[in-house]
Write a protein that binds this ligand. Structure first.
Ligand code: PMP
Length: 404
């Protein structure tokens, strides 16, 4: 059981007011708030041991290097990767996906196929389209169903010997659907293709075991798991990371440089060109420690309670339609009311101090499927409360009354 009152004390931002009202932060799927321990870690780094890593003989550099590499090990343990060097620290999910897509440009051949799901964030669509343009590979799509789930029969039919890579999110950011990634990975491997899982929306709620999943790549962003912006994680199986060429060239990623020939560093440095977000990497480890301290089972169970509580009350509002009705969902509720534009509801909620997201949520194909311009999306975290949901429901009712 989580002590929510105590947990809320850990998040200084939850004490502030917005438009004269206590902040109710329901935009957790976009970014999560930051606990004081993570803020302290950031301040501590810049106040006490700010130095460049991996190349200094002096003590500060050593301290910073140790802290950064300890963070990598924390991340490795969290995801249960076999080796610390299978964890590449990136600037975010988007960066991690682009890194892999860029690597596949030298592997994929014209006419080979890659398969994406219809439920993806643009960052797990566009890099692959760019890859297909470069290589002549063919992009195929696993369609979605009305309930916001993947059409698994269509997925089975898309498995072919030409298929080389499947990329699918663990959880949809627009609808909250938890996708059957275990089945997708197992079936894809039977035709010899690799799988990249976009875990940006899953990692705030689920602790993934990359070895048990047998994922080839698993990516996520620190800012959705209590860490800072500008940091992401790319897990890649050693064999894949060895096979892929470096993404960017520069300092840190080399072994020897001469004008005749340059050789690259081993893993993970081969993919970490330039000075990384040192402080951000360290703070990411602290954010994961914080969440593991609460326990991911506790987090998921409580957030599900919030989801059920909000869903029931929302459905009592006349004309309200929820998009994404799978029984397997994280705490995201995406909805519209009649013909009211989502932006208008979001603006009124903001006046009441309630932060929700409106729009297409960087998932335009999903909006096209439902023939809507966007939705209002409320996404809950473990520091939210049922009382906040009551205020939100009143706010939605007020907005609907004003806009109808
Ligand atoms: N994939 C999913 C499922 C997401 O929700 C997001 C963030 N909204 C991203 C990818 C992109 O993450 P970032 O902007 O941190 O790179």
């Amino acid at each position: 059981m989580l002590d929510i009152k105590k947990i809320r004390e850990d998040f200084p931002i939850l004490k502030r007011e917005v438009n004269g009202k206590p902040l109710i932060y329901f935009d957790n799927a976009a970014t999560s708030q930051t606990p004081q321990v993570v803020i302290d870690a950031i301040v501590d780094y810049y106040a006490n041991y700010n130095a460049n890593i991996h190349r200094g003989v002096h003590s500060l550099s050593q301290e910073a290097t140790d802290a950064y590499e300890e963070a990598r090990i924390k991340i490795q343990k969290h995801f249960n990767a076999a080796q610390p060097y299978e964890i590449i620290l990136t600037a975010g999910t988007t960066h991690a996906i682009n890194l892999v897509a860029n690597g596949f440009a030298s592997i994929l051949k014209k006419g080979e196929e890659v398969l994406v799901s219809a439920l993806e964030h643009h960052s797990n669509i566009v890099p692959w389209q760019m890859l297909c343009e470069k290589t002549g590979a063919i992009l195929k799509v696993i369609p979605q169903t009305e309930s916001g789930e993947l059409d698994m029969d269509a997925f089975a039919k898309a498995l072919s010997p030409q298929l080389k890579l499947v990329f699918v999110n663990h959880v949809s950011n627009a609808l909250g659907t938890i996708n059957p990634i275990e089945e997708i990975i197992t079936e894809t491997h039977k035709v010899g293709a690799a799988v990249l899982i976009d875990g940006a929306q899953a990692t705030p709620h689920i602790k993934p075991d990359v070895q048990a999943l047998d994922a080839d790549f698993y990516v996520c962003s620190a800012h959705k798991i209590c860490g800072p912006t500008g940091v992401g994680v790319l897990y890649g199986k050693e064999e894949w990371l060895t096979k892929l060429p470096p993404y960017q060239g520069g300092g840190e990623m080399i072994d020897q440089v001469s004008f005749e020939k340059t050789t690259y560093a081993g893993l993970p440095h081969k993919f970490e060109a330039g000075t990384p977000n040192i402080c951000g990497g360290i703070a990411t480890g602290v954010g994961l420690d914080y969440m593991n301290g609460l326990g991911f089972d506790n987090i998921a169970a409580y957030e599900d309670e919030l989801l059920q509580y909000a869903t029931k009350q929302l459905l009592e509002i006349e004309g309200l339609k929820i998009y994404g009705t799978s029984a397997h969902k994280t705490a995201v509720v995406s909805f519209n009311v009649g013909e009211i534009h989502p932006y208008d509801i979001g603006t009124i909620l903001d006046k009441l101090g309630i932060a929700v997201r409106t729009g297409h949520h960087c998932a335009q194909p999903i909006m096209d499927f439902y023939k809507i311009p966007g939705t209002v999306r409320a996404s809950f975290s473990f520091y939210n409360t049922k009382e906040e949901i009551d205020t939100f429901i009143d706010g939605v009712k007020r907005a609907v009354a004003m806009l109808s």
